[in-house]
Design a protein around this ligand. Structure first.
Ligand SMILES: *Cc1c(COP(=O)(O)O)cnc(C)c1O
Length: 419
């Protein structure tokens, strides 16, 4: 019998668009002893987590709870609970994750229409509203921040139009919640899904979501049929039945309510982590948290530009939690990434599809989004690029980033002196 070597996890600085570094307090929370899923100590934690989620998702919706699984589990739960065979669904795609939404909606049996825009751009709200007028879908599903292109789609106008025209708006806000402002209620979003491993800074494995009573109404209509409330089985409309058991929101919401339906075995350790991650966000304060993300992004961008590198995409709609950098022609992007990992233990990302090999993506998300990580990443990138023979402005990046931090400190202390 061979003896396995003990687990060894190398130290890393993770600067990708997820998974990101996790606050030690979250890791500690996850190491607590297991509770039974109906233990009052645990159900109390469930209720508190729902409350924290409402705060972080900026919503008054009653339903705000996590689905077990990665972010796409939340997307599947939302879409398969909402979409009936041949329902019309519009999906505007401005990057890779739009196509994921399309694939999931199609698998749910939807009649999907897509519109596309060039990668690196977002849609004019008018373009989307014209399409909505033409297609008259039951719902529109959209990504808020697409990490593949580093762009963020403004949603409020679209949301307002949908609300006035009885169309449901479902949003994938996996890459934005906890890092930049996402106003579920003010933007008229009916259903919203996020993930744990990005700006919430919790390990991957849960997909918090929220939905309002417009969505709940549909789910409940499908539930009465599912649960055999019609006495004549020939009247059971199979078309209406939610196709998944695991992702059936009508059953999941009964687990997250005092009914405590015994639907699945909750991932208790994950919930400890999610609770602590959300608590830390509320403790930091949403505004402070967004400011921290902005400041570190600004320092990173200043450093990248000072080196002489250029950014990819329309700057007006830049996603504050992801920075896309054009890879200089004379260098192999993957070679630079593996050098960063080998020499410095820093991980940055490449991209997908048409952008594969063309851009690097640096995430500034959650616990990874700190001054020392930014300075470390800039210095390491500069060193590797010099070694690879790329002509850059030497010694400028850190000075540019440091001066961003210095200016911020000065303006903060000025504010303190005034008040
Ligand atoms: C990262 C990301 C996802 C990822 O889903 P997982 O199932 O957690 O891997 C989905 N949507 C967007 C916009 C993302 O950035």
């Amino acid at each position: 019998m061979s003896i396995s070597i003990p687990l060894h996890i190398p130290a890393r600085t993770i600067m990708t668009p997820g998974p990101v570094e996790v606050d030690p307090r979250v890791r500690h929370a996850m190491s607590h002893t297991i509770l039974g899923q109906f233990d009052p100590a645990f159900t109390d934690l469930m209720n508190q987590t729902m409350g924290l989620l409402r705060e972080v998702l900026q919503t008054k919706n009653h339903w705000a709870f996590p689905v077990d699984g990665t972010s796409r589990a939340g997307i599947e739960a939302m879409l398969c609970s909402l979409i009936e065979e041949d329902d019309k669904v519009l999906i505007p795609c401005f990057g890779r994750f739009g196509y994921l939404l399309k694939e999931i909606a199609e698998r749910c049996g939807a009649d999907v229409s897509t519109i596309e825009c060039e990668w690196g751009k977002v849609f004019e709200p008018d373009t989307i509203m014209d399409e909505l007028k033409k297609i008259k879908p039951k719902l529109i599903v959209m990504v808020h921040g697409d990490t593949s292109t580093g762009r963020m789609q403004p949603l409020k106008e679209i949301g307002q139009y949908c609300r006035q025209n009885d169309i449901l708006l479902v949003v994938d806000a996996v890459a934005t919640v906890g890092g930049t402002d996402v106003k579920t209620d003010d933007w008229f979003i009916d259903g919203l899904i996020t993930g744990t491993q990005k700006c919430l800074s919790v390990p991957s494995g849960m997909a918090p979501l929220t939905y309002n009573n417009r969505i709940e109404k549909i789910i409940l209509e499908r539930k009465s049929i599912e649960q055999g409330l019609i006495s004549d089985p020939s009247q059971v409309n199979k078309k209406k039945r939610i196709r998944s058991n695991y992702f059936d929101l009508s059953q999941l919401q009964d687990y997250w309510s005092p009914a405590r339906l015994n639907h699945h075995t909750e991932a208790t350790s994950m919930l400890y982590g999610l609770y602590e991650g959300l608590r830390l966000i509320v403790e930091e304060g949403l505004e402070n948290r967004f400011k921290r993300h902005q400041l570190n992004e600004k320092a990173l961008v200043a450093g990248i530009k000072a080196m002489g590198l250029s950014l990819f995409g329309d700057p007006q709609y830049k996603l504050p939690t992801v920075t896309c950098i054009n890879i200089p022609e004379e260098v192999n992007g993957d070679q630079v990434r593996s050098q960063l990992l080998e020499e410095f233990g820093i991980e940055i990302a490449s991209s997908f599809g048409p952008l594969s090999g063309k851009i690097w993506r640096i995430g500034t998300m959650g616990y990874s989004c700190q001054k020392r990580n930014i300075l470390f990443t800039l210095s390491a990138l500069e060193a590797i690029l010099i070694q690879e023979g790329v002509r850059i402005y030497r010694g400028e990046a850190l000075q540019a980033a440091l001066s961003v931090y210095k200016k911020d400190q000065e303006s903060e202390s000025l504010k303190k002196n005034i008040t």
